[in-house]
Design a protein around this ligand. Structure first.
Ligand code: UDP
Ligand code: MG
Length: 302
C-alpha cells in the first residue's frame, strides 16, 4: 500500500446524520485540489449506527477506513487512534460535523506544503450560545496564562500536521492527552490559519458543559506546572496578610480561619488534580482500545 499524500481523521461519536456528508465533502475538496487522500473515521463508541453508515460507503470508497473503539473514550483518545493509524505525508484533523470546513483544510494543507509542520485553525468567529462563547474565551486566555507553552488563542483541534510532527506526537507516552497542548509542545514550524467557524451541520453537540469543564481541567493540568506554583504564592500572600493583621492587632480570628482554610483546600485540590494525572500514567492503561477496523490495520495504542 503506498502512503497517501493526505490522511484525514474524523473522530465521530453518534454522528450518523452528518458523517456521510462530511466524508463526501472531504473527498471532494481534496480531489478538486488534486490530492490522493485517505479518510479515517474513528467511531468513538457510537450507539446510533455511525459505524454501519461508514462501512456501507467503503465499497465505493477504496481509501475510506473505519476504526471503531471499544467504547466512548472521548475525542482526545479518538484523535490519538486516528493519528496512530494515519499513513499520509500530511494528516488533517477535522470534526465530523463539518464545523471545520474542508475548504479551509485544503488551504491549510497548502501552507503546510510550503514547509510548516503544524497549521492550526484559529477561530475568527464561532457560532454558539453566549455561555459557551464566554467559557471558550475565558478558557483559552486562562490556558495561556497557566501554560508554560506558547498556546495559541482560540484554536481547537482543527489542524494539518506534517509527518514529522505526527511521528513526534505518536511517540509521546502520555495517556491523558490534550492534543492542543501536545501539538504546541512538539514545536517545529507552527502557523495559524484564520477561519470562520460555521454552526454544526446537523445533530447536537457531544460536549456537555460538564465534559467541557473536564476538558478545561485536562488542558490546565497538561500544559504546565504553574497552577502548583500559584497555590504556593497565594498561600504565601495569605500568610503575609495574616502577619500584617497580627501586627495591627486585628482580632479577626474568624476571617483568618476562613481564608487560611480556603487557601489550604484550594492548594490541596490542585495537588489532588495533579496526583490523579500521575495515577493515570502509573496505572498504564492505554488511552483507547479498538473493537474492530474496516479497510485499515488496527492501530496500537500507547
Ligand atoms: N467526539 C468524539 N467523542 C466524544 C465527543 C465528541 O469523537 O466523546 C467528536 C464529535 O463526533 C465531533 C467532534 O468530536 O466530530 C467535536 O464534537 P462536537 O461537535 O460535539 O463538539 P463542539 O463542536 O460542540 O465543541
Ligand atoms: Mg462541533
Amino acid at each position: 500500500m503506498v502512503a497517501p499524500h493526505v490522511s484525514v481523521v474524523l473522530p465521530a461519536h453518534n454522528e450518523r446524520e452528518v458523517i456521510a456528508g462530511a466524508i463526501d465533502e472531504v473527498f471532494a475538496a481534496l480531489a478538486a485540489a488534486g490530492h490522493a487522500a485517505e479518510v479515517i473515521v474513528v467511531d468513538d463508541g457510537s450507539t446510533d449506527g455511525t459505524d454501519a453508515a461508514v462501512e456501507a460507503l467503503i465499497a465505493q470508497r477504496p481509501t475510506l477506513r473505519l476504526i471503531r473503539l471499544a467504547r466512548n473514550f472521548g475525542k482526545e483518545s479518538a484523535l490519538a487512534a486516528g493519528l496512530d493509524a494515519a499513513q499520509g505525508a500530511y494528516v488533517a484533523l477535522l470534526d465530523a460535523d463539518l464545523q471545520d470546513p474542508p475548504q479551509e483544510m485544503v488551504a491549510m494543507l497548502a501552507t503546510a506544503e510550503r514547509g510548516h509542520d503544524v497549521v492550526y485553525g484559529v477561530r475568527r468567529s464561532r457560532r454558539s450560545g453566549w455561555l459557551r462563547w464566554l467559557g471558550y474565551r475565558v478558557f483559552y486566555r486562562l490556558l495561556r496564562l497557566v501554560s508554560d507553552l506558547p498556546m495559541p488563542l482560540d484554536s481547537g483541534d482543527f489542524s494539518v500536521l506534517s509527518r514529522r510532527a505526527v511521528d513526534a506526537l505518536n511517540r509521546l507516552p502520555e495517556r491523558n492527552r490534550f492534543l492542543r497542548g501536545l501539538r504546541s509542545w512538539v514545536g517545529f514550524r507552527q502557523c495559524g490559519h484564520l477561519y470562520d467557524r460555521p454552526a454544526r451541520r446537523a445533530g447536537a453537540t457531544k460536549y456537555s458543559l460538564r465534559s467541557l469543564w473536564n476538558l478545561a481541567v485536562l488542558g490546565f493540568l497538561s500544559c504546565g506546572r504553574r497552577p502548583l506554583a500559584a497555590a504556593f504564592f497565594v498561600g504565601l500572600a495569605v500568610v503575609l496578610a495574616g502577619l500584617v493583621a497580627a501586627v495591627v492587632g486585628a482580632a479577626a480570628v474568624l476571617v483568618a480561619v476562613l481564608v487560611l482554610g480556603g487557601v489550604q483546600l484550594v492548594a490541596v485540590g490542585i495537588l489532588g488534580a495533579y496526583l490523579a494525572r500521575v495515577l493515570d500514567q502509573v496505572e498504564g492503561r492505554p488511552c483507547y482500545l479498538v473493537e474492530r477496523t474496516v479497510n485499515c490495520a488496527a492501530p496500537a495504542p500507547r
